[in-house]
Design a binder for this molecule. Structure first.
Ligand code: ADP
Ligand code: MG
Length: 470
């Protein structure tokens, strides 16, 4: 069997254990370079892959390789920057592992239930399973679960309130879905206050109010989202009061969401306020930093994408207004990742956040605006390069002359001199107490390499751009 076929076989096996998106990311433009004396040498296109492979995949790859070729006993890695899409040794991953067709959603936005009752479609991406529990929404989530299990028995009505984008609609729709899963014969209506009002106006115009009133008698679970839009509509409030009482008296479950508490709604129909508050009233707030991080991690898993932990931390730290905004930034980062096939970095995500006009606190080495070069310190540059190549900073600063650390170290020296304009002595001292001639030699070697090593040039350009020192 030739190397390429063997590599494809191995990757095919790996797909059972590794998510497709990760396989595409970390196995793109890789190949078996040679198999000699039982050592299988795997070629990687970038130095940044080395550590990741060593830590995450090498054992699995070896085990799988041994299964297919019993002569293989060891695995070695080599960075070969000539490995690219066009290289005949490389397996075309996208051809062999095409993206799963995304499930087509029915484009109907409403479903007709018995007797002309209409329910908005449940959004397929909202479920109890993909709702991340945080201290700030724990109670609302627990109540939602209880109501979904025993509609009409406890917590009636269930009134959930809180700011925009904090998961109210998500919870409401999940309850609806859950009720139907538990008992498909139940009539569940999810509607927005806007739709309810429109329907009411139609009823008034066609002088058919009785029909409007009667149909809700058939509903077992009535879910109405964003009740705050009822605020100045006296007639809608009156009619809603009527509908509410009909359902409530028949022991049917009512679930309401609002952007503020019943008392803050300032309803013209005062009696509604006490009705709303007669069951269970719970607020949802913005999840704390750790929970925001958990939400992002869960989303990545759901989407089957790998995003650097530091990037997720940066998003969580900077977005504290709404979960919608939080996920929005992640989605944009993922879109960029899928389109351009570049993993999001702290810097690229910071750009996205800026674009969404969120106030960015900017942690770490990223500077708020285009700060002049000297604002980036040697230590920050080192952090940045270590992160870029996913290697430990201690190794960069240390003694090791291994290739995977040598080149990043040389890049730091080169940039510290050319961009940060630091003295050779200072650079040498910081980078593991090396003397100034070592630094000078490294820099001239770097300059020479940059002339004919395109990949290296790309890396260095990316680093300067992202570190804001270009
Ligand atoms: P609201 O109705 O309160 O304005 P949504 O329910 O529309 O907010 O939530 C906004 C987005 O955030 C949705 O994509 C939703 O799935 C997501 N979301 C909110 N809270 C959570 C959570 N705790 N776990 C997972 N996703 C959440
Ligand atoms: Mg909503």
């Amino acid at each position: 069997m030739n190397h390429k076929d063997l590599w494809l076989l191995i990757i095919k096996d790996l797909v059972a254990d590794i998510k497709r998106a990760n396989v595409i990311t970390w196995f793109k433009n890789t190949a078996i370079l040679k198999i000699e004396n039982g050592v299988m040498t795997v070629g990687l296109p970038l130095p940044v892959f080395l550590n990741w492979h060593a830590q995450n995949y090498s054992k699995l790859i070896l085990k799988t390789a041994m299964k297919h070729d019993s002569k293989i006993t060891q695995i070695a890695y080599e960075v070969d920057i000539t490995l690219a899409d066009t290289d005949p040794r490389v397996v075309d991953l996208l051809k062999h592992f095409p993206a799963k067709e995304s499930r087509k959603l029915p484009n109907k936005r409403e479903v007709k239930l018995v007797g002309g009752v209409v329910s908005k479609m449940f959004n397929s991406s909202y479920s109890m399973d993909n709702f991340t529990i945080a201290p700030e929404n724990r109670l609302a989530h627990a109540a939602a679960i209880t109501v979904a299990k025993h509609p009409g028995e406890n917590y009636n009505p269930l009134f959930i309130y809180g700011g925009v984008g904090l998961g109210k609609t998500h919870l409401l729709q999940s309850i609806g879905k859950e009720v139907l899963t538990n008992d498909p014969t139940k009539v569940v209506v999810y509607t927005t206050t806007e739709s309810f009002t429109n329907e009411l106006i139609e009823g008034i115009q066609s002088r058919n109010m009785n029909k409007f009133r009667n149909k809700y008698r058939k509903v077992d679970v009535f879910i109405i989202d964003d009740i705050q839009f009822i605020a100045n509509k006296d007639r809608t409030q009156e009619e809603f009061f009527h509908t509410f009482n009909t359902l409530f008296d028949a022991g049917k479950q009512v679930i309401i969401s609002s952007d503020r508490s019943p008392h803050e709604l300032k309803l013209l129909q005062e009696r509604l306020v006490s009705r709303f508050g007669s069951g269970m009233t719970i607020d949802v707030k913005m999840p704390d930093y750790e929970s925001r991080l958990a939400i992002l991690r869960n989303k990545c898993q759901e989407k089957e994408v790998f995003i650097n932990e530091q990037v997720l931390e940066f998003i969580s730290f900077n977005i504290d207004t709404s979960v919608r905004a939080l996920i929005g930034v992640l989605n944009q980062a993922v879109a960029q990742y899928e389109l351009e096939n570049v993993s999001p970095t702290v810097k690229s995500v910071a750009e996205i956040i800026k674009r969404t006009k969120q106030e960015v606190k900017m942690v770490g080495f990223i500077k708020e605006n285009n700060t002049p070069h000297h604002a980036v310190t040697l230590e920050q540059l080192t952090d940045f390069v270590a992160e870029y190549y996913t290697i430990p900073k201690s190794e960069v600063l240390g003694e090791s002359r291994a290739r995977e650390y040598l080149q990043p170290r040389q890049i730091i020296m080169y940039l510290a001199k050319s961009k940060l304009r630091l003295s050779l002595a200072k650079i040498g001292q910081y980078l593991g107490n090396r003397n100034h001639t070592t630094v000078m030699n490294a820099i001239s070697r770097m300059q020479a390499q940059l002339k004919n090593n395109r990949q290296l040039l790309c890396d260095v350009n990316a680093i300067t751009r992202e570190a804001g020192i270009h």
